[in-house]
Design a protein. Structure first.
Length: 453
């Protein structure tokens, strides 16, 4: 046995699983240390809105018993996970970021994705902070308090799955689940320096997940490495894939690359890093793609209108019976959606469908499309949220494609940013293998850049 420290908690899930396999510590010890870290950081980060301490420790002891009996359920048996508070966990409250005061409805059943992870031996720790009903990208929640950036106090972790990214980054769970409607997994992954994955439309069950937009929503995992996402994917996907994959070959990969980052408003440091990354990247083909001609403002507004309109249906009963659960700002957004005409909604749907078609066309004759994940790094809560946060992520949802964000670099003031890899729906496994290969290649590329500087 070794002495557990908080630094161990920030290792990726694959490393933690290997330590469990070698008997360096037990699942109960690892879980207890994680729970202690949650308690210690809760005031500073505020990642959790509910923690099931006793349930987690009991599940950890059950995992240790399976390990002694040689009956593990998966390679991640005995590791912890936490979920965004719009995903049901049996016996835990689900507040959806609304202003409940100890009376949020308690879920009777697990969401399908939670049940799948439980059946693989993973241990649910609790529910994570989120932007109110997932309609926003700062996680500045007026009811539960801000979820703080784990690396920079006073800064947003992104959203709406901000708690999911902050908890993973700070080592407060091995992996987490979030939801992504227009970038709500990938944006916080980029800001917090972790890996986040949005599967293709329909590839992961949404049963037990509170709906914001049935067309755009997808459940997605966040982790401290792409190899963790790769290992999680068989546990989460709704259909069984019989394909046996080996390591991705970057040299034979056909890439499309957005080539007008500055014109899109991407911060200069991110643009420069992205250009160096794509210039050095091995590949059979690199096809430039120009995005600046697209009206991302109109696309974003159309997607938001569909979310605002549908949220009026999802939350109609609660809004009528208990309006105090909803902040004034959220009520304003919902009124806006409710007051739009049928032609307004049809036009928004047309815009969303056209944007999805446009992005699918960018994958013509290539395997993957590369973009920066976000146009900027995390920003202070004290400044207005940039309206363009989801410009490079939202169309992926509209197209129903798969995409991942993995860490690309760190700005001069110490804040992370990511690169987005977009693939066709159904190519999730190969996409994640490619992300693993990219994460293995990136350190050598960074070293080469430093030697040239």
């Amino acid at each position: 046995m070794i002495q557990l420290s908080d630094s161990h908690l920030r290792e990726d899930a694959s490393s933690l699983a290997e330590r469990l396999r070698r008997g360096e510590y037990t699942s109960e010890q690892l879980t207890a240390r994680t729970l202690a870290a949650i308690e210690k950081t809760q005031r500073a980060i505020n990642a959790y809105v509910f923690v099931d301490r006793e349930g987690a420790l009991a599940a950890a002891r059950a995992s240790d018993a399976r390990r002694r009996a040689g009956a593990l359920l998966s390679i991640y048996d005995g590791l912890s996970f936490a979920v965004k508070d719009n995903i049901a966990v049996a016996g835990m409250p689900t507040a959806n970021g609304l202003g409940y005061r100890g009376d949020a409805p308690v879920s009777k059943l697990d969401a399908a994705v939670v049940a799948q992870l439980r059946s693989a031996g993973l241990i649910p720790l609790g529910k994570l902070n989120m932007h109110e009903i997932a309609l926003g990208a700062t996680n500045d929640n007026p009811h539960w308090g801000r979820c703080e950036h784990p690396l920079r106090a006073g800064f947003t972790p992104g959203g709406s799955s901000g708690g999911s990214a902050a908890a993973v980054s700070a080592g407060l769970c091995a992996v987490s689940l979030g939801t992504d409607t227009m970038g709500s997994v990938r944006i916080p992954a980029s800001y917090c320096g972790v890996s986040g994955f949005k599967p293709g439309r329909g590839s992961v069950s949404a049963n037990g997940v509170t709906r914001l937009s049935r067309q755009l929503d997808t459940v997605g995992p966040l982790a401290r490495s792409s190899r963790d996402l790769c290992g999680l994917w068989p546990l989460l996907r709704e259909t069984v894939c019989k394909e046996s994959l080996g390591p991705a070959d970057l040299a034979s990969t056909r890439w499309a690359v957005v080539d007008d980052c500055l014109a899109l408003g991407v911060a200069a440091e991110i643009s420069a890093d992205f250009q160096c990354f794509t210039a050095a990247l091995p590949g059979a083909i690199k096809r430039p793609r120009t995005f600046a001609g697209s009206d991302f403002s109109a696309i974003r507004r159309a997607g938001l209108l569909l979310c605002e309109a549908e949220a009026n249906v999802t939350f109609a009963q609660k809004l009528a019976q208990r309006p105090a659960l909803f902040s004034e700002e959220l009520q304003r957004l919902l009124r806006w959606g409710a007051e739009r005409s049928a032609p307004d909604l049809v036009r928004a749907q047309d815009t969303v469908e056209a944007a999805g078609h446009w992005l699918r066309m960018q994958l013509d004759a290539v395997d993957y499309l590369l973009t920066p994940t976000t146009l900027q790094t995390a920003f202070p809560f004290s400044t207005a949220a940039p309206v363009n946060q989801a410009n490079l992520t939202a169309c992926v949802n509209m197209a129903g494609l798969a995409a991942a964000s993995i860490p690309l670099g760190v700005s001069s003031d110490g804040l992370p940013f990511g690169v987005q890899i977009i693939a066709r729906a159904g190519a999730e496994a190969t996409l994640l293998e490619t992300c693993v290969a990219l994460e293995q290649w990136l350190p050598s590329q960074r070293k080469a850049q430093q030697e040239m500087a």
